[in-house]
Design a protein around this ligand. Structure first.
Ligand SMILES: *[C@@H]1O[C@H](CO)[C@@H](O)[C@H](O)[C@H]1NC(C)=O
Ligand SMILES: *[C@@H]1O[C@H](CO)[C@@H](O)[C@H](O)[C@H]1NC(C)=O
Ligand SMILES: *[C@@H]1O[C@H](CO)[C@@H](O)[C@H](O)[C@H]1NC(C)=O
Ligand SMILES: *[C@@H]1O[C@H](CO)[C@@H](O)[C@H](O)[C@H]1NC(C)=O
Ligand SMILES: [Cu+2]
Length: 253
């Protein structure tokens, strides 16, 4: 019966490993945004003065995050550039935060990460399953800043260019942190006025005359969920023979 105990302990361990890797938001996984207005873009630039200056920081980190609609309207394309980074305290995470930076430049006031599925920060994002991560956790999904200069471009299907949508980016801010989460600097996105406006269309059919209820913004909740469950199954399928092999070894001894 001892060997049975070993086996069930392994099974429990496996169950925990899988459950941790697939942490889901209270509202489920992030879904692909399919209605981004083609041509819409926005960008934010870090200010000259840092919010938090560590010893080796010379002025402020230089950096920008640009975001535009994907050519097919599904998600967004980010172009991320950072340089003049502190010599210590990396790798540096960066995220889309839910609120704008106020005029006083206080990065604490940008609130938490953009997180329309209400996932929370912990456990940390598993980049093999980006739909399970906070929509705004860009470094969690695509990697923290590990070089100076740092420049990267990627597509994120979960971002919206429609102001007012739950997963909207242009009406928010981004923040760069030390690895211990201290906020170094932050900036608001500014919409490129030459592009389409990218405002969520206000539904008219359900509006009751005389009522002043705020119409809810349609978002991506009805668009197809991207699944990447196969990898989890492969891990489990691989782990089981390993367990059986150990079980055999136990008997051989
Ligand atoms: C975070 O790291 C930075 C850079 O190493 C350091 O200056 C700062 O004191 C740290 N903050 C906390 C709360 O540990
Ligand atoms: C920034 O705002 C927070 C609260 O939002 C406040 O506690 C903190 O003192 C402010 N920091 C500065 C430098 O003004
Ligand atoms: C948008 O977010 C709010 C607050 O979390 C939630 O109540 C609402 O259901 C969301 N809307 C959609 C369409 O997902
Ligand atoms: C979220 O995605 C993960 C990874 O594909 C999957 O295992 C999990 O079942 C999904 N959760 C929901 C609620 O769809
Ligand atoms: Cu952040």
């Amino acid at each position: 019966m001892h060997s049975f105990g070993v086996l069930s302990t392994m099974a429990l361990g496996l169950a925990f490993a899988s459950a941790e890797g697939i942490k889901t938001g209270d509202l489920g996984n992030a879904t692909a945004v399919t209605n981004n207005p083609v041509g819409a873009s926005a960008a934010g630039n870090l200010p000259d003065k840092a919010f938090f200056t560590a010893g080796s920081l010379d002025g402020n980190v230089k950096g920008s995050v640009s975001v535009k609609s994907s050519p097919d309207g599904i998600g967004v394309v980010y172009t991320v550039k950072f340089s003049n980074l502190p010599k210590e305290g990396g790798p540096f995470p960066y995220h889309i935060h839910e609120k704008k930076v106020p005029d006083d430049g206080n990065c604490t006031s940008t609130g938490a990460h953009l997180d329309p599925t209400i996932r929370g920060e912990t456990p940390v994002c598993d980049k093999s399953f980006p739909q399970t991560c906070q929509v705004g956790d860009l470094s969690g999904k695509y990697g923290a800043i590990t070089s100076d200069p740092f420049e990267v471009t990627y597509t994120d299907i979960f971002g919206s260019m429609n102001n007012g949508a739950n997963a909207s980016v242009p009406d928010r801010s981004f923040v760069i942190h030390f690895s211990n989460k201290t906020r170094i600097s932050c900036a608001n996105f500014q919409v490129d006025a030459s592009g389409p406006s990218g405002t969520v269309p206000v539904p008219t059919s359900s509006a009751t005359p005389g009522s002043n209820s705020t119409p809810t913004s349609p978002t991506s909740s009805t668009s197809p969920v991207v699944t990447a469950g196969a990898n989890v199954l492969q891990v489990v399928a691989f782990a089981q023979p390993a367990c059986l092999a150990l079980f055999g070894l136990f008997f051989a001894l």
